[in-house]
Design a protein around this ligand. Structure first.
Ligand SMILES: Nc1ncnc2c1ncn2[C@@H]1O[C@H](COP(=O)(O)OP(=O)(O)O)[C@@H](O)[C@H]1O
Ligand SMILES: [Mg+2]
Length: 305
């Protein structure tokens, strides 16, 4: 059974990035085979494609008829971070990892239901849910993340990558912004107050679950300071708002709610979110996604001191 049915459609962001990235392009060329191999491996039937942003994700049926989600992960910087985080969370505020095949880089996940995303809620309510999910995820002991990837190790490598990418696009980003982001990333210290950071906790990555309330999917698990986990939600919803002052007002309101619920250092939240958004903006520009650059650059400007 399985290994048949509809071909998978890769998300547009992935297709655009693949045009600039030979490894990703090769992966896209064989993603149908990877999906079919995963279906054979676990004896799954494909049910429907799910609306992914950067991976190939399908609803599937297991041999006993139970629903599950198959996620085939592209070969990039984030690929190695999702499965260790799901293992560490162990189904607490996240879907259970039912199986993982390293050769295919395919994960079989508990299907969360009804899986209503947070983007359907009014903004303040969504922010309060995000704060609650963060608080729960941060209680998972950092020692459970294996290997123990650290955000600070990653951060210190970013300035060189960011500068080399921006160097190929003169005028893309003002030098003083690059300097400011470089300083933040170089000095990012995560030697105290360590938690497992979700790393991509935004509205589309939080789903309603009958089993345990709201759950976080799609983690990029690294160990670090809590304040870094706020960045992803400040960038969402994606592309809907490009006005810097309106973005600032919206995000300051969100940050006020987070401070009241989580006792965060908001300056550190803004600093990380600024540097991280600028890094992602530059990556988007060199990956053939100019719309994403415009959005991320506006977010970075809105968070700048
Ligand atoms: N465990 C799950 N249960 C139900 N739906 C899921 C699950 N995992 C992913 N999805 C659906 O698939 C979409 C894409 O999954 P996600 O892991 O966020 O991929 P991407 O890395 O492309 O963002 C989600 O927005 C959600 O609609
Ligand atoms: Mg996602």
């Amino acid at each position: 059974m399985a290994a048949s049915g509809f071909p998978v459609a890769a998300p547009i962001g992935l297709v655009r990035s693949a045009a600039e990235d030979p490894a990703l392009s090769a992966w896209l060329g064989r993603v149908d085979q990877l999906v079919d191999a995963a279906c054979r491996r676990w004896d799954l039937d494909k049910v429907a494609a799910l609306p992914a942003q950067y991976s190939v994700v399908l609803e599937v049926r297991q041999p006993d008829g139970a629903p599950a989600v198959l996620k085939v992960i592209p070969p990039d910087d984030f690929a190695a971070l999702e499965v260790p985080a799901l293992r560490a969370y162990d189904g607490e505020s996240s879907p259970r990892l039912l199986a993982y095949d390293e050769t295919l880089d395919a994960a079989l996940l508990e299907r969360v239901g009804p899986a209503r995303p947070l983007s359907h809620l009014p903004d303040d309510e969504a922010t309060r849910v995000l704060a609650t999910v963060m608080r729960r995820l941060w209680t998972v002991p950092a020692s459970r993340l294996q290997p123990p990837n650290r955000l600070s190790d990653w951060a210190t490598q970013r300035p060189a990558i960011m500068r080399s990418r921006a160097g190929g696009r003169p005028g893309l980003v003002p030098p003083d912004l690059l300097d400011q982001a470089t300083e933040i990333l170089r000095c990012w210290d995560s030697s105290v107050d360590d938690v497992i950071l979700h790393g991509d906790l935004h509205h589309a990555n939080v789903l309603s679950s009958d089993r345990c309330g709201w759950v976080a999917i799609d983690p990029c698990g690294r160990i670090g300071h809590r304040e870094a986990d706020v960045a992803a939600m400040l960038r969402n919803p994606w592309g809907a708002e490009l006005d810097v002052e309106r973005l600032r007002a919206r995000n300051e309101r969100r940050l006020d709610i987070l401070r009241a619920m989580l006792d965060l250092d908001l300056d550190r939240c803004r600093q990380w979110a600024f540097a991280n958004s600028l890094d992602l903006a530059i990556w988007s520009a060199v990956s053939g996604r100019p719309d994403d650059f415009d959005h991320l650059f506006a977010v970075a400007l809105s968070l700048r001191e």
